[in-house]
Design a protein around this ligand. Structure first.
Ligand code: AMP
Length: 189
């Protein structure tokens, strides 16, 4: 069982590359953003709380995210591997993930960090906002999400560097070219 953290700022291509990885490797996929949006659509308690944070471009509190992730992981059938997309977003979440996987006899095998500059992120997210229907894909919230990434999420890179799991991949280029580099890394595991 391989555990892959697909990391990068909003708009770096995590969702797109997750789809490619799922298709090629048959991995399971956990996107905390997707789970939260489903909770919002279903108007659950968690969904109602999360909405305020998401629409301000802030992170949903760690305790809620960690509980949610543990439940999602418990509901998973056996697969070749799991991609964590948009999680962990804080060092506390990364530490909690390590504990959760330890109880399952595993650990994160690789953390892929997709590197994309801010100008390109803004262009991509504004374009996505024209069709995504996401209430957080507007200029003001996008800027806040990028700031939140820089202050709270980027430190997670150092955590995985310390664990010897970090692989940096340039996230600008063709989708296929980037995917090939991701595959090279997955294949050595
Ligand atoms: P995403 O779909 O990954 O871009 O996530 C959309 C929004 O959901 C983020 O801007 C956060 O408000 C929230 N969110 C998603 N994943 C997490 C997480 N791991 N920790 C905290 N908040 C999250």
């Amino acid at each position: 069982m391989k555990y892959l953290v697909l990391f990068g700022p909003p708009g770096s291509g995590k969702g797109t590359q997750s789809e490619n990885i799922i298709e090629k490797y048959g991995f399971g996929h956990i996107s905390t953003g997707d789970v939260l949006r489903a909770e919002m659509t279903n108007e659950t308690e968690l969904g109602k709380i999360a909405k305020d944070y998401i629409e301000k471009g802030q992170l949903v509190p760690d305790s809620l995210i960690i509980d949610m992730l543990a439940k999602t992981l418990d509901g998973f059938h056996k697969t070749n591997g799991i991609i964590f997309d948009g999680f962990p977003r804080t060092t506390a979440q990364a530490v909690a993930l390590k504990e959760m996987l330890k109880t399952r006899g595993g650990d994160v095998n690789v953390m892929i960090n997709l590197i994309v500059n801010e100008k390109e992120l803004l262009t991509r997210l504004l374009k996505r906002g024209q069709t995504s229907g996401r209430s957080d894909d507007n200029l003001e919230t996008i800027q806040k999400r990028i700031d939140t990434y820089n202050s709270q999420t980027a430190p997670v890179i150092d955590y995985y560097k310390g664990e010897g799991k970090l692989t940096n991949i340039e996230g600008i280029g063709t989708v296929f070219g980037i995917f090939e580099k991701i595959c090279e890394r997955i294949d050595v595991e």
